[in-house]
Design a protein around this ligand. Structure first.
Ligand code: FES
Length: 161
């Protein structure tokens, strides 16, 4: 081996070793949140069960979200009511047309319905889409415990199939 080859191999190896020592931690830092196991969404206490009636009412609540390295506590809204059998359910007010916010009983032409002011979508109390919107309002998982209503994961509407 010539002296030139020896220096070339030695310096190349040392450079590669030092480069790997810098790049591996950076890669790990970048992808670590993706590798973490997903945790189940926690239940959030929203309101006393006694305050829920057959007329939907809006309740605000905060959820703790972790998105990669970003943590936040956005305020969300659920319209909660109960049916004639006493089953409590919670709907998300985001219109399934283009994402505006629906309101209960806000248009006299659509009495006892959710109405979206943006393009006129309207929904039944169960969230079933009656016009404009292609899908029913999304529904939160819900449980009652010790007299309080808790909401969980948001998903497709199970009442308005
Ligand atoms: S966003 Fe609600 S009707 Fe278009």
């Amino acid at each position: 081996m010539s002296r030139r080859q020896f220096l070339s191999y030695t310096l190349g190896g040392a450079t590669a070793f030092m480069g790997a020592g810098m790049i591996v931690p950076m890669l790990r830092f970048a992808v670590d949140p993706v590798l973490q196991p997903k945790t189940e969404a926690a239940w959030v206490k929203v309101v006393e069960e006694t305050k829920i009636t057959e007329t939907p009412a809006s309740f605000k609540f905060k959820v703790h979200q972790v998105d990669g390295w970003w943590e936040s506590d956005p305020e969300l809204e659920a319209w909660i009511s109960k049916d004639k059998a006493g089953n409590i359910f919670a709907l998300n007010p985001t219109c399934k047309h283009l994402g505006c916010t629906v309101d209960w009983n806000s248009n006299p032409a659509f009495k006892d319905q959710y109405y979206c002011p943006c393009h006129g979508a309207h929904y039944t109390a169960d969230g079933k889409n009656l016009a404009v919107a292609p899908l029913p309002l999304d529904q939160y998982e819900l449980k009652t415990e010790n007299g309080f209503v808790y909401v969980g994961q948001l998903g497709p509407n199970k009442r308005a199939q």
